[in-house]
Design a protein around this ligand. Structure first.
Ligand code: ZN
Length: 57
């Protein structure tokens, strides 16, 4: 078995940042779920990887 996997392509810089926890969070303004059960929740989405998170305000 040859070690051909050692030549994997390097990760994209943006993905590397995201993998290190440096997401580019941007607030999602047009959020129909901003008001959820009477609580204001701001939703953020990473502009690079598309990961989402919510934060109660
Ligand atoms: Zn990200």
């Amino acid at each position: 078995m040859a070690d051909i996997l050692r030549f994997e392509k390097p990760q994209k810089p943006s993905q590397t940042l995201c993998r290190n926890g440096h997401h580019k969070w941007r607030p999602v303004n047009s959020d129909p779920f901003a008001v959820h059960r009477g609580e204001l929740i701001t939703r953020f989405r990473c502009a690079r990887c598309g990961k989402e998170k919510t934060k109660a305000t």
